[in-house]
Ligand binder design. Structure first.
Ligand code: RIB
Length: 331
């Protein structure tokens, strides 16, 4: 279907009369709950926009840009979102932010809602099934940019930071300080970034001739609470570690809390490295050594690509940078 769906299409899909479908929109109290749910599912599935809103939005003059991040509570995404917001404002556009948690079904439902709003475009940190989920947007000619995701397909512009290089840089730095028993607190492997950072850690370890033990533990979520729990298990199972690399600053903040609760000193007993360089990383009691992702540039670049309206996809990758602070020291 190239033309935007009509109320007739909705009625046909829901197997009700046009009058009933119209009542669901204008007089829902006149329609039974089961019938109303069927019509609402048809509206969501088709991406139907009621005619008055459709006229206003169908010309593609919406000022809203959908932003689907993995977790709005993670400062990496809110700091990146600020870069997006600042760039959109120059074109009198505004972000509408939501979290998918990396769940493909949740991401699909969010996309259906954004499509029905006929947003100007969508910037998203994609789930593993995003290429399938964005077909609805592509049918509606709504542009998409993948942020925090390397070049996945020639048809979608992407902006990312090289996760493997970032993780390898963290491990190489700890090895240069003499650490040979290193913990690695990673995020859940259904998240692409966790898989990429795992590859970077292995790559760095395999580059050195000396014997190095790296003990990976996978946290339940990319957050501080999960980092604290993972650190407790890691140190209980491997009490001889002298350093830990965490796949995000939030994981590192949780790990630092556990290390102190165990009456261990940072960095003299255990050095800690994070990933992101969120604003709070430099403000901690022991400022965190971390791998900086240029969040503002990531967001600004993603918004620029979206608003450029070019048909030719572009893939822009930033090199992450080691930021050394007080949470690391030589053996
Ligand atoms: O969402 C998990 C992680 O991936 C974030 O902490 C940030 O590092 C992103 O790249």
């Amino acid at each position: 279907m190239n033309r935007p769906p009509s109320i007739k299409d909705v009625a046909k899909t829901a197997q009700v009369s046009v009058g009933t479908a119209s009542n669901v929109l204008n007089h829902p109290h006149l329609v039974s709950t089961s019938t109303r749910k069927r019509v609402e599912e048809a509206i969501s599935q088709l991406g139907f926009v009621p005619s008055d809103a459709g006229r206003r939005l169908r010309a593609g003059n919406s000022r809203l840009v959908g932003l689907i991040v993995l977790d709005i509570a993670n400062p990496f995404f809110t700091q990146s979102a600020r870069g997006i917001e600042n760039r959109l404002a120059l074109d009198n556009c505004y972000p509408m932010i939501c979290s998918s948690d990396g769940d493909a079904n949740k991401e699909r439902k969010l996309i259906q809602q954004l499509a029905s709003q006929q947003v100007r475009g969508v910037i998203m940190t994609p789930s593993d099934k995003a290429m399938e989920n964005i077909r609805l947007l592509q049918r509606r000619k709504i542009p998409v940019v993948f942020m925090d995701y390397p070049s996945a397909s020639a048809e979608i512009s992407t902006v990312s930071v090289d996760d493997e290089t970032g993780a390898a840089t963290a491990i190489t730095y700890l090895l240069s300080l003499g650490h040979r028993q290193v913990g690695f607190i990673n995020g859940p492997k259904n998240i692409r970034q966790a898989r990429a950072r795992h590859r970077g850690v292995i790559e760095a370890r395999n580059k050195v001739a000396t014997k190095v033990d790296i003990f990976e533990i996978v946290a339940d979520h990319f957050d501080a609470t999960s980092g604290a729990h993972a650190a407790r298990e890691l140190i209980r199972n491997h009490p001889d570690i002298t350093a830990v690399f965490c796949a995000s600053d939030q994981l590192a903040i949780g790990a630092m809390r556990t290390i102190r609760q165990l009456r261990l000193a940072i960095p003299n007993d255990i050095s800690v490295v994070g990933f992101d360089d969120i604003a709070v990383a430099s403000e901690l009691i022991t400022p965190l050594t971390t791998i900086r992702q240029p969040m503002n540039e990531l967001g600004n670049t993603a918004a620029n690509l979206l608003l450029s309206d070019t048909d030719k996809p572009r893939h822009i990758s930033f090199v992450p940078k080691l930021i050394v602070r007080e949470s690391t020291a030589a053996i």
